[in-house]
Write a protein that binds this ligand. Structure first.
Ligand code: CP3
Length: 352
């Protein structure tokens, strides 16, 4: 099969002129979809779905069939590579991820294994192939992984945390241990992204959910170098989208880290981001996912507002500022996607 390198999404990431921005959503596959719930029940749980390439492909394709997004993000999770490194990992209903033996010492960190994704995460490669087989060639297939600071946060806290007290203790009190951990995680992330690119992912996303909680100084010193390392390992194997949730204060640094795309959340003005950095990177975002909890008319209004503010300038991928909430009405996801797809070409027939 020949690969389509000129999809709408890839052209937007190259900042070429396009008739309308491509659109996809973080967590577009998931619990808000009844068909996802059905597969999850049949599989017997979230991890079982991730490990089964056919089921992972099926839930990846579900939102594409229903809504027609321009990109499909492989159904998987950022925490799976931690399991490959030797950590126990569970997903408990209602509690999210749990790592029952968190890393707290130099010995814990040194016991982690180096991974070879083509062996340890081969099921991810198989799921990418199975997904591609079910996708139209206009739809861009995305791979992803967690950024080192976010992975460290789960590995050291043992799950989702509000204060991140343990990872900060390690970072400030045992900088050498923290650095060894981050160096290992950067290799894991970079290799996993490169592996996904080699198995058909046409662009890759580096998710940094927690580094935005750091001060700019700490972000630059303790998180950014390792994200940059992961991105460097990918190199030009696939265009890279770098997302730091709550990262408005470090946007200069994220842009400078080196990626083709930067995803931003709803706390920043995306038109302003494009005006400031649009000659260097494409931007993805940035509707607040909470807007999808309102009525479809609100979704249409707020989506149009973003499209109008960007005004058809090249280098925009439409998306949410974070993942779809599980309480979301699928009709609101449809309203979002349909509004973007109905957007008039730049400058032609725009009402405002
Ligand atoms: O559709 C997609 O976006 C692709 C699949 C995807 C999942 N997780 C599936 C998932 C992606 C890209 C992720 C990334 C991920 N996972 C991140 C980074 C992005 C972000 O959301 O900030 C993080 C921090 C995780 C870790 C994680 N996995 C958490 C905190 C949770 C619990 C969240 C919740 O809403 O309960 C998960 C579980 C998870 N990953 C679910 C899904 C669909 C829910 C699983 C279920 O119970 O069915």
């Amino acid at each position: 099969m020949t690969r389509n390198d000129d999809t709408l999404m890839l052209r937007a990431l190259r900042r070429e002129p396009v008739d309308r921005p491509p659109v996809w959503l973080m967590r577009q596959a998931g619990r808000y979809l009844p068909e996802y719930q059905a597969v999850r029940k049949q599989a017997g749980g979230f991890l079982a779905m991730c490990h089964d390439p056919e089921l992972a492909a099926e839930v990846t394709l579900q939102p594409i069939r229903r809504f027609g997004m321009d990109a499909a993000i492989l159904f998987s999770d950022i925490l799976l590579p931690l399991a490959s490194m030797g950590m126990e990992l569970e997903f408990q209903d209602g509690r999210g991820p749990v790592l029952p033996k968190p890393l707290r010492s130099g010995a814990d960190v040194d016991a982690l294994r180096e991974i070879d994704p083509s062996v340890d995460l081969a099921y991810v490669g198989q799921a990418l192939h199975a997904t591609r087989a079910g996708l139209d060639d206009e739809v861009t297939l995305l791979g992803f992984c967690g950024a080192p600071f976010t992975l460290a946060s789960y590995a050291v806290e043992g799950g989702t945390s509000k204060s991140h007290a343990h990872v900060r203790q390690l970072m400030y009190r045992e900088p050498n241990v923290f650095e060894r951990l981050m160096a290992g995680l950067a290799e894991t992330s970079g290799r996993h992204l490169a592996y996904q690119a080699s198995q058909g992912a046409q662009a890759v996303v580096l998710f940094d959910t927690w580094a935005g909680t750091l001060t700019r100084e700490d972000y630059v010193r303790h998180a950014l170098p390792w994200s940059r390392r992961a991105l460097e390992i990918v190199g030009d194997a696939a265009p890279r989208i770098h997302f730091v949730l709550n990262g408005g204060h470090v946007l200069d640094d994220v842009v400078a880290a080196g990626s083709e795309g930067v995803a931003v959340d709803w706390r920043v003005d995306i038109a302003d981001c494009i005006a400031r950095y649009g000659d260097r990177v494409a931007f993805q975002g940035n509707l607040d996912p909470s807007i999808l909890l309102g009525p479809p008319e609100l979704v249409v209004e707020r989506t149009r507002a973003i499209l109008d503010a960007v005004g058809g300038r090249p280098g925009h991928v439409m998306g949410l500022g974070h993942g779809v909430h599980k309480e979301t009405d699928p009709a609101c996801v449809a309203a979002f996607v349909d509004t973007v797809k109905a957007a008039a070409p730049a400058g032609v027939g725009r009402s405002t």
